[in-house]
Write a protein of this length. Structure first.
Length: 70
């Protein structure tokens, strides 16, 4: 049985505009691009959280790192 071809960056570049992709362990995973309202809400929430939790640690704030790992 022939081994599956590992996905490359070109595979992501060649996806249709309405699809987003990521390569995990050599396999290409795709999903529909989020709708504008969802993307706007996600950006706003991420912006608020980044400013609150990504600075130097203080007593009033935990030293958290927030990463979008979708």
């Amino acid at each position: 049985m022939k081994a599956a071809r590992r996905a490359t960056y070109d595979d992501i570049v060649n996806l249709p505009e309405h699809v987003v992709g990521e390569i995990i362990d050599g396999e290409l995973y795709t999903s529909p691009r989020p709708a504008s309202p969802h993307a706007l809400a996600s950006s706003g929430i991420g912006s608020d959280l980044f400013g609150r939790f990504n600075g130097p640690p203080r007593e009033s704030r935990a030293a958290w790192r927030l990463v979008d790992s979708r």
